[in-house]
Design a protein around this ligand. Structure first.
Ligand code: NAG
Length: 119
């Protein structure tokens, strides 16, 4: 009698070991817009920015005074003037470290958020 069926078992073992992929992490960003010279003439808008890809939002980023990151703690985001994540548009911002782009409001072309490697 020939024994050839053992090969099937090893294929099933490989399939069950496939990793599960986490959902895309999201950075919560507050866009503060200054509408006039008065300090209290400001509005906030909260947007959800996927961490990793270049993020474009012509509507929410059309007038930006200050960018705040509410979370996660391990993320850092950088504003760019161009929509392809090029031409630096200001300092990077992270939780507790907002980035003041202008006392008026400027157009931000794109945001790029990255995660620092967990310590
Ligand atoms: C916008 O949100 C930031 C961060 O939460 C806060 O410091 C700032 O005072 C808010 N501005 C307005 C106009 O609500």
């Amino acid at each position: 009698m020939r024994a050839t069926s053992f090969i099937v078992l090893s294929a099933a073992t490989i399939a069950s070991a496939a990793p599960s992929y986490p959902t895309t992490p999201i950075a919560t960003v507050v866009v503060e817009t200054a509408h006039g010279a008065a300090y209290n003439d400001r509005t906030n808008r909260t947007i959800a920015v996927p961490i990793g890809p270049v993020y474009v939002n012509e509507d929410a980023l059309a007038a930006v005074s200050t960018l705040y990151l509410l979370g996660p703690d391990t993320a850092t985001c950088t504003p760019y003037k161009a929509q392809d994540g090029t031409v630096n548009g200001g300092l990077p911002f992270s939780v507790g470290h907002p980035s003041l782009l202008s006392t008026n409001s400027v157009v931000v072309g794109s945001l790029v958020c990255t995660l620092s490697t967990p310590a």
